[in-house]
Design a protein around this ligand. Structure first.
Ligand code: NAP
Length: 464
């Protein structure tokens, strides 16, 4: 009876997880999706405490209080732009916890003197490997994003060969320990090798690619949890781990596609080891850009029928989201249709633009995904590019030599006019020149995006 109730609770938790994940797919329902999934986790935890817990409640209570206080404080204090760092830490702790639980089971089997059944042996060894690798790799990713260590890709001769050898040694130890489990020293070596591997595979990846790596490590932390679920025979952990593993992989894939890079290229190409200055030779040399005044820009927008804002990383740097919203409201009050064009990898983390704009309470129905907004540009009077660069670079469509070639972009250049807000002619993340800036129908509005928007707001006010 108890067993059946426990399994029913896990089933309920799984349904809540999946429904919560479904709701996370749209900004309008994401908040409630988070609550639903959290409720699922609460059901799973309570079921485990009631039906399976063998240790004294006080231990669990103390752990839960410490963990909740630290977690709540971190979540409150962390800046939106530092979210990938926080996720990196959480992944790391998740992986570390899985490795510790699997190790504890290993010790328990050894102390009982009995042999470890084959299926448990496999699950224990793999859980230790994936969990330890996730732990150390996530800490390195955190260190890179926090700039505690260099964000540059760290490379050295024979790096890939060394990593491959350590991986082979790790796999060989797994096979040996599954066959001959009663060997605590090699077990320790296995965990140590996995920890080293986590560090070595993440250091050659540049800081700017870290969000993709973190998404992949997130998936690994789920896989480690699912494996631990097999170790301790817990369906709740298997299901939740598998869901995290699968969703992390899907997100990794979406990010790679939107950046027009393969996962292998992100992991092994040491992108960011040197400052890239690629682009059509002499593209900037002989061409002139035109810049316009805030007054002219405000007039163009105020008398337009449709204005599309295309935000990028510079919006996050300038923290101009509230001013953008204010100007949009003023334009709408004048009868201008305002839309926001959201590129999937604009900014430096998944959903970066959605999060920023949500902070300024921009209505969700004004946010348009790339596929929805691209057909609209031809009938858009003014597209305002706010600190975006790579995601609006037409070279992605036309220049086969560009590293951006093939990346889907926002077709802002098809609008009647474009206005680019940025501080200089410096390239964006990919280090590539942007032909858009030299187009006949483009004007640059140089300066910090927030300052520019403040001035634009004043100018539109003057227009009455
Ligand atoms: P971007 O290409 O990096 O360009 C950002 C632009 O913002 C820069 O050209 C910069 O020019 C400008 N800027 C910076 N601070 C500013 C300020 N205070 N005011 C106004 N402008 C400012 O950004 P993006 O177009 O958003 O493209 C994102 C890039 O990051 C893509 O290449 C993508 O593949 C990559 N990436 C994204 C993710 C993700 O998950 N979203 C993850 C990893 C990598 P100035 O310096 O001249 O001002």
């Amino acid at each position: 009876m108890m067993e059946a109730l426990a399994k029913l609770s896990y089933l309920l938790a799984a349904v809540l997880f999946i429904y919560g994940l479904k709701r996370l797919s749209s900004p309008a329902t994401a908040r409630s999706g988070n609550w639903v999934a959290s409720l699922g986790m609460a059901v799973a935890i309570i079921a485990t405490l009631v039906f399976y817990t063998q240790v004294h409640w006080s231990y669990i209570l103390i752990g839960a209080i410490i963990g909740s206080v630290v977690g709540a404080l971190l979540a409150r204090l962390v800046k939106m732009t530092a979210m990938p760092e926080m996720v990196a830490l959480l992944n790391g702790f998740g992986g570390g916890a899985s490795a510790l639980v699997a190790s504890a089971e290993f010790v328990k089997y050894l102390n009982a003197g009995g042999a470890i059944p084959l299926n448990f042996g496999v699950a224990i060894m793999l859980s230790v490997v994936v969990g330890s690798l996730t732990f150390s790799g996530s800490l390195v990713a955190f260190g890179k994003l926090r700039e505690l260590i260099t964000g540059r890709a760290v490379t050295y001769p024979l790096q890939k060969t060394l990593n491959a050898l350590i991986l082979l040694a790790t796999l060989a130890l797994v096979v040996w320990l599954v066959a001959e489990p009663a060997n605590p020293v090699p077990f320790g070596v296995l965990a140590g090798l996995a920890l080293i591997l986590g560090v070595l595979v993440v250091i050659p990846i540049g800081g700017a690619d870290m969000p993709v790596v973190i998404s992949l490590l997130n998936s690994y932390s789920g896989i480690a949890a699912a494996l631990t679920g097999f170790v301790i025979n817990n369906e709740g952990l298997i299901i939740s781990g598998a869901l995290v593993g699968a969703s992390g992989l899907i997100l990794t894939n979406i990010m790679c596609k939107a950046m027009n890079r393969s996962l292998a290229n992100v992991l092994f190409s040491a992108f960011g080891s040197e400052v890239q200055q690629i682009g059509p030779a002499g593209a900037a040399g002989d061409k002139a850009v035109r810049s316009l005044t805030h007054e002219d820009a405000a007039t163009m927008m105020a008398y337009a029928r449709q204005v599309v804002f295309a935000p990028g990383y510079g919006l996050a740097v300038a923290q101009a989201q509230h001013e953008v919203r204010e100007l949009a409201d003023m334009l709408q009050a004048r009868g201008v249709t305002v839309k926001y064009a959201i590129h999937p990898v604009a900014g430096r983390m998944p959903g970066h633009m959605n999060v920023l704009l949500a902070e300024a309470d921009v209505p969700y129905d004004q946010l348009y995904d790339m596929d929805q907004i691209n057909p609209e540009f031809e009938r858009t009077d003014v597209s305002v590019i706010i600190g975006a660069n790579d995601v609006v670079n037409p070279a992605a469509r036309t220049d086969t030599t560009s590293p951006l070639y093939g990346m889907p972009i926002l077709d802002v250049d098809k609008s009647h006019h474009t206005i680019v807000l940025k501080r200089s002619m410096r390239p964006g993340f990919a280090g590539v020149e942007n032909e858009l800036f030299y187009n006949e129908n483009n004007s640059m509005l140089f300066g910090d995006a927030r300052d520019s928007f403040k001035k634009l707001i004043e100018e539109v006010k003057q227009l009455g």
